[in-house]
Design a protein around this ligand. Structure first.
Ligand SMILES: NC(=O)c1ccc[n+]([C@@H]2O[C@H](COP(=O)([O-])OP(=O)(O)OC[C@H]3O[C@@H](n4cnc5c(N)ncnc54)[C@H](OP(=O)(O)O)[C@@H]3O)[C@@H](O)[C@H]2O)c1
Length: 259
């Protein structure tokens, strides 16, 4: 039994990679706050699953909170809600790990990117990561960790993802600056760059469309598409003591796509 468990906040924890990360952290004895934008029931189910996998650990806790990464003006209010949840559920004003994971993507050829699409992608994948992290800094414990979720497409270019991948490129640069500026507090900051993974993302294309699966498989050294279990345990390992000397890095986790 851990008297003072570590607490992780995972944006976009209701589905896909965020959900998988939450479950693997719970298995390792970490309490979680998962956020959702639209999938409240799915987020509550993740909370129940986290409580179930951690059941042997007395006092295991998990909560789900609403967060919209496209609503930058709402970030102050969300930070206050996080503070309240920490006080109410854990009797603390600090948490340990922030996983900036929430995201969505609707591909568009470069010539057809609209300003509205661009602004939404910028808000969800870049601007919100800057300001959410900034507003949560007073609540993040010294010695804490931040993981920013990028994409392998910052290294290889696939048509239709120019704006999306550019925003992810921005958070990789941001990751290095955050690592330098937060290092004096003992906070490490790393970016992970997954290859294609079978989730709801991208309209579920990697999971549901055979031609996409064949394309990814043919161009991946390990010869298959990714699954959430390829990613969640890796993020959990980045938040373990084993990874304590890692900071400012981009870690691609793609089975070796487009090598
Ligand atoms: N899957 C891939 O192939 C892949 C590859 C590389 C990188 N990534 C990155 O990995 C991250 C997670 O992707 P995924 O595959 O897990 O996607 P997913 O299965 O579609 O899940 C997306 C999650 O993000 C949340 N979300 C979406 N838009 C949001 C918004 N505006 N505000 C707040 N939360 C929002 C969703 O909440 P609701 O459930 O409430 O809608 C959900 O929890 C994303 O940043 C994505 O760019 C994914």
């Amino acid at each position: 039994m851990s008297i003072n468990p570590k607490i992780a906040l995972i944006t976009g924890g209701s589905r896909g990679l965020g959900r998988n990360t939450a479950l693997h952290l719970a298995r390792r004895g970490v309490d979680v706050i998962v956020t959702y934008q639209t999938s409240e029931a799915a987020a509550q189910a993740v909370v129940e699953e986290c409580l179930a996998v951690g059941r042997k650990a007395v006092g295991r806790k998990a909560v789900a909170l609403h967060y919209d990464a496209n609503h930058i003006a709402g970030i102050d209010e969300f930070a206050a809600v996080v503070q309240q949840a920490l006080a109410t559920t854990w009797n603390t004003d600090q948490f340990d790990f922030l996983v900036n994971n929430a995201g969505a993507h609707a591909p568009a050829p470069f010539g057809e990117i609209t300003e509205a699409d661009f602004d939404r992608l910028s808000n969800v994948h870049f601007k919100s990561v800057v300001f959410l992290t900034q507003k949560l800094l007073p609540l993040l414990r010294d010695g804490g960790r931040i993981v920013n979720v990028s994409t392998s497409m910052t290294r290889h270019a696939n048509a239709g993802s120019a704006a999306y991948a550019s925003m992810k490129g921005a958070i990789e640069v941001l990751t290095r600056f955050m690592a330098v500026e937060l290092g004096p507090r003992g906070i490490s900051v790393n970016a992970i760059a997954p290859g294609p993974v079978a989730t709801d993302f991208f309209g579920g294309a990697v999971r549901d469309i055979p031609q996409v699966q064949e394309f990814v498989t043919a161009n991946t050294a390990l010869g298959r598409t990714g699954v959430p279990d390829d990613i969640g345990p890796f993020i959990a390992s980045l938040l373990s003591d084993d990874s304590r000397w890692l900071s400012g890095q981009r870690l691609e986790i793609s089975g070796g796509i487009f090598l």
